[in-house]
Ligand binder design. Structure first.
Ligand code: ZN
Length: 209
């Protein structure tokens, strides 16, 4: 299986490529069957990922529904994230790094306040809101994202700790949309904890067919 899956990205052609500058977000639509490649440009960067059904933003990639559907913490290559209507919404195709978080909320203004920051700070929650608005979509809540490369290490005693991502420059994850979807991605602006190795950087996204 590995040998077959390793060739999928090579067989695809990018139709759109967009740089997500450090600390910002984007939203865009994809068709069912489109591949989405997310690239860590400089390494050790966390990217928060959301997916919503194009025709009903109230149906979205859902962490708790995915976990019970799979009976484990995170989809392996070939498995899909489920929506809150328990339907496959995004499939993991290739995942060479394999270390992500699927337990934690997106960073938001209150998180930075809690960490002692005074005044405005960019956040994944605000990046989602702004990106959806710019792309012409209505308001959405902030579902728990798929936190690509976020390395919240889970200990056997149930505690977890924030470690720097294991991703290096050029590392990617390849996903496939299972329904027409609106995708939002935030290059996480977390610069207080080790979530982004202490230094938020750019993320690149490609839509491939
Ligand atoms: Zn964040």
């Amino acid at each position: 299986m590995m040998a077959t899956s390793a060739t999928i990205r090579d067989r695809l052609r990018p139709t759109v490529e967009q740089l997500i500058p450090a600390r910002t977000g984007v939203a865009f639509r994809v068709d069912a069957g489109d591949y989405i490649e997310v690239v860590d440009v400089e390494g050790q960067q966390a990217a928060d990922f959301w997916a919503f059904h194009e025709n009903d933003l109230g149906e979205y990639l859902s962490a708790p529904h995915t976990r019970i559907g799979l009976m484990h913490l995170f989809p392996a290559p070939g498995e899909a994230f489920l929506s809150n209507h328990r339907r496959p919404i995004i499939r993991v195709v290739e995942d060479p790094v394999g270390v992500h978080d699927f337990l934690s909320a997106a960073c938001d203004p209150w998180r930075y306040e809690e960490l002692g920051h005074k005044g405005w700070h960019a956040s994944c929650q605000e990046n989602l809101e702004l990106a959806m608005k710019r792309a012409g979509y209505g308001a959405v809540g902030t579902p728990q994202p798929f936190n690509i490369w976020t390395n919240f290490h889970l200990n056997p005693d149930g505690s977890f700790e924030i470690r720097a991502p294991e991703s290096k420059a050029g590392d990617y994850v390849l996903l496939r949309a299972e329904m027409p979807a609106v995708i939002a991605i935030s290059a996480c602006p977390q610069d207080i904890t080790l979530t982004c190795g202490g230094n938020p950087t750019d993320v690149l996204v490609r839509v491939l067919r």
